[in-house]
Ligand binder design. Structure first.
Ligand code: NIG
Ligand code: FE
Length: 400
């Protein structure tokens, strides 16, 4: 048994609504708080002195300066398994080139596919570990990691195996997702329907037999997969037992309606969602995941997070960390920026980075995954717009 603290403020983020708007007045803020840990689980949170007296034999993991304690963040959408850089795409974009110009010049997702296919298992695995550890130091204790830069049997297997091996070399927790339906690969002989058929009939059974993932994602967009082809694909993947998530409404509306229709865990992006999409998401159990890092990377507007919350949706914020649209990978900074732009309260942001993001992954954890910020008032955290980083992070009750 271990008692961590004391903390100037402890925010357990429990008892908050699963969906819709939240005001800061609804936050429970425990002054001089502590957390009791047993076998890596957080078993109690409350006043430090009360917990100390009730558990006199507990070892004390003592904090020396005033700090604010939050649960670890969950990043429910990343593509951190990739090789190479797309800095050339970025340079072309800020010089005013269009998506098509960039693709014609050999850039875009296909460029990362080529580089990821050429990378060794070890290189990919080490890349994932390095990025996960950076995230972990910044308070992200659980993260989703997608495939989707392989797009053939061997390369998708290579990516998901590299992610599984990486999981053993970092204290961070992973949830994996198959994004073979990222784009139709240039070397696939057949149309989008034939490619999705191949994923369902060849790839997913292979992934299933190696227990590599339980989730399937698709990019629904004019330049990727159509609504008409995505709908039966997702229905079938769900019938096979996979959890569903969708890259939806990034440039054009359409994807989020399919996500809701098939009962997806989450619909992610939503920059182009319209009033009807917002209403539909709010009325559903599908988590609306906004990705401000992609808006920053592409120089685009943000997803309508305020409208989604006011309509009653469950909104999560994720980094979308990837080599193309969101290379920054700083989840807290991105959350702070969309919070300022969209007028999201600290309570809404912390919910979006913790239990609402966990819902998007279909997980619920009682692990003592915690982070402490060097300040005495939780409002300092968003005020510093992501520059104030946690000074201590605990994974399963252990300092990392
Ligand atoms: O979430 N939208 C599609 N996929 C990624 C971008 C991936 C890439 O450009 O490599 C996204 O933004
Ligand atoms: Fe993405």
């Amino acid at each position: 048994m271990k008692l961590i603290g004391p903390f100037a403020q402890l925010l357990p983020l429990t008892g908050l609504p699963e969906k819709g708007a939240i005001s800061d007045e609804q936050l429970t803020v425990i002054p001089d708080g502590g957390v009791l840990v047993e076998n890596g689980k957080a078993v109690a949170a409350g006043a430090f002195e009360t917990l100390r007296k009730a558990n006199p034999t507990a070892e004390i993991d003592k904090t020396d300066e005033p700090m604010v304690l939050l649960p670890g963040f969950v990043d429910c959408h990343t593509h951190i398994c990739f090789a190479g850089s797309r800095s050339r795409d970025y340079a072309m974009r800020i010089a005013g080139k269009s998506y098509l110009d960039i693709a014609r010049a050999g850039g875009g997702i296909w460029d990362s596919v080529t580089k990821t296919r050429a990378a060794s298992d070890t290189e990919l695995m080490e890349n994932v570990v390095a990025r996960a550890n950076r995230h972990l130091r910044e308070g992200v204790t659980t993260m989703e990691v997608k495939s989707g830069y392989g797009l053939d049997l061997d390369s998708e297997l290579k990516m998901l195996r590299a992610i599984r091996t990486a999981d053993q070399y970092t204290p961070a927790s992973f949830v994996t997702t198959c994004l073979a339906a990222h784009i139709r690969p240039k070397d696939f002989d057949g149309d989008e329907k034939a490619y999705l058929h191949w994923i369902l009939n060849e790839l997913l059974p292979a992934l299933h037999s190696e227990h590599l993932t339980e989730r399937v994602d698709i990019f629904i967009e004019e330049t990727a997969f159509s609504v008409a082809a995505a709908r039966p694909f997702l229905r079938e993947a769900k019938a096979m037992g996979f959890g569903i998530t969708v890259h939806a409404d990034q440039f054009t509306s359409g994807g989020s309606a399919v996500a809701v229709e098939v009962g997806a865990l989450s619909a992610d992006h939503l920059e182009a969602s319209n009033a009807e999409d917002i209403r539909r998401l709010a009325a559903s159990d599908t988590v609306a995941v906004v990705l401000p890092g992609a808006s920053l990377g592409l120089g685009m507007g943000y997803a309508p997070a305020r409208k989604l919350l006011d309509a009653g949706a469950c909104v999560a914020i994720a980094s979308d960390w990837n080599p193309g649209s969101a290379p920054m990978g700083d989840l807290l900074m991105q959350a702070a920026v969309i919070s300022a732009a969209e007028r999201l309260s600290a309570a809404e942001v912390f919910a979006a980075l913790t239990f609402r993001a966990a819902k998007a992954l279909g997980i619920r954890s009682s692990a003592a995954d915690l982070q402490a910020y060097p300040c005495a008032d939780y409002r300092e955290i968003l005020y510093h717009q992501g520059k104030l980083k946690p000074s201590i992070v605990w994974k399963d009750g252990e300092r990392i």
